[in-house]
Design a protein around this ligand. Structure first.
Ligand code: FDA
Length: 308
């Protein structure tokens, strides 16, 4: 119930204005977001790489409603990629991109616009010596995102794509995408989806995650295991061993600021661990999804409000 309310708030312009103007928000938000400027993102990437992590940078932004906004998002990504190349960070830092930021939801030619913009981003990533992963948004965008991914993978076979275990369709998508060279990031799914398309309980989603991960581990691609869930992390090890995959033949991925001790523990144990680092001004949707995942975060936020 609380999760559903927070997810509804994440789509409300009124709540957005209220949260963004509360002065304390930025302090609380800093727990999950590396900063607002490109330099902040580069600083975080450098720091994480020094600790032995790989990184995926996400310049926050989603649901762009006009062509100019989509072009601005593309330019921000290509500028970031050039900065990664200049600073020598591209070797272990890729970028994550939301197609809705690149124009996917435009009323006319949205998918084509997102594909063209994403292609420009992939070209810039190749020039920089790194890769791109397409984030996955709510289920109304899944077909379109996978169609864009398929088209891009013809020219950029190292393109990564996210699949969400919560969706009923995802085992099938894992089978389709488990082929040689494919990079699939498996997560539980951060959106409030209807029962017609998604598992509605934590237990069902977790069981689906294990089945999906089994398919990816058995396949010939590169599974990117995006979860902080201790049980799923243990199961990952068992599945990897069962399928003869050593660390480096798959990777763990976690979000900036979430379970940092576990991130360090896995890296110290020799696992490849990539930290997903969001940055930028457009933090509201991302922040609200993190609040919705964990009621304790909401308490933390409210306590900070009360003590300001
Ligand atoms: P779960 O929610 O069960 O959490 C397990 C444990 O992790 C919790 O008990 C707690 O300790 C900790 N934890 C989890 N979330 C926390 C939070 N917000 N604050 C504090 N602690 C928390 N989703 C999506 O729909 N599309 C996408 O493209 C992506 N991309 C993505 C990339 C990466 C690298 C990660 C790690 C995750 C995503 N996600 C995502 C988000 C994902 O779908 C999911 O919502 C979160 O990862 C939380 O689910 P867990 O698997 O961590 O399990």
């Amino acid at each position: 119930m609380l999760r559903r309310t927070l997810m509804a708030a994440s789509r409300s312009t009124g709540v957005r204005k209220a949260v963004e103007t509360v002065p304390v928000s930025r302090r609380v938000v800093a727990r999950f977001i590396a900063g607002t400027r490109t330099e902040d993102a580069l600083h975080a990437a450098r720091h994480l790489m020094a600790e032995g992590f790989a990184v995926s940078l996400d310049r926050l932004g989603e649901n762009t409603r006009d062509r100019a906004g989509a072009e601005a998002a593309r330019t921000a990504c290509t500028d970031l990629l050039q900065a990664l190349a200049r600073t020598g960070l591209a070797a272990r830092t890729e970028i994550s991109v939301k197609l809705s930021a690149l124009g996917q939801l435009l009323p006319r030619d949205g998918q084509r616009t997102a594909l063209d913009n994403a292609r420009a981003v992939c070209e810039a990533a190749r020039a920089a010596g790194t890769t791109v992963t397409l984030d996955m948004e709510d289920h109304t965008t899944t077909d379109s995102t996978l169609a864009v991914a398929r088209a891009l993978r013809e020219d950029f076979p190292d393109l990564g794509v996210v699949l969400q275990a919560a969706l009923l369709r995802t085992e099938g998508d894992c089978r389709d995408l488990a082929g040689p060279g494919s990079r699939v990031r498996l997560c539980k799914g951060a959106y409030d989806e209807p029962a017609s398309v998604a598992h509605r309980t934590r237990r069902e989603t977790d069981l689906a995650y294990v089945r999906c991960l089994g398919i990816l581990m058995a396949g010939r691609g590169y599974p990117m295991v995006a979860t902080h869930d201790p049980r799923l992390i243990r199961i990952t090890k068992t599945l990897a061993l069962g399928h003869g995959r050593a660390p480096g033949a798959y990777e763990h991925q976690m979000l900036y600021g979430i379970r940092p001790e576990e991130q360090l523990r896995l890296a110290a144990a020799g696992e490849t661990v990539r930290i997903y680092v969001p940055y930028g001004d457009d933090w509201y949707g991302y922040f609200m999804r993190r609040l919705a995942e964990r009621p304790a975060n909401l308490v933390f936020f409210l306590r900070a409000l009360a003590t300001r």
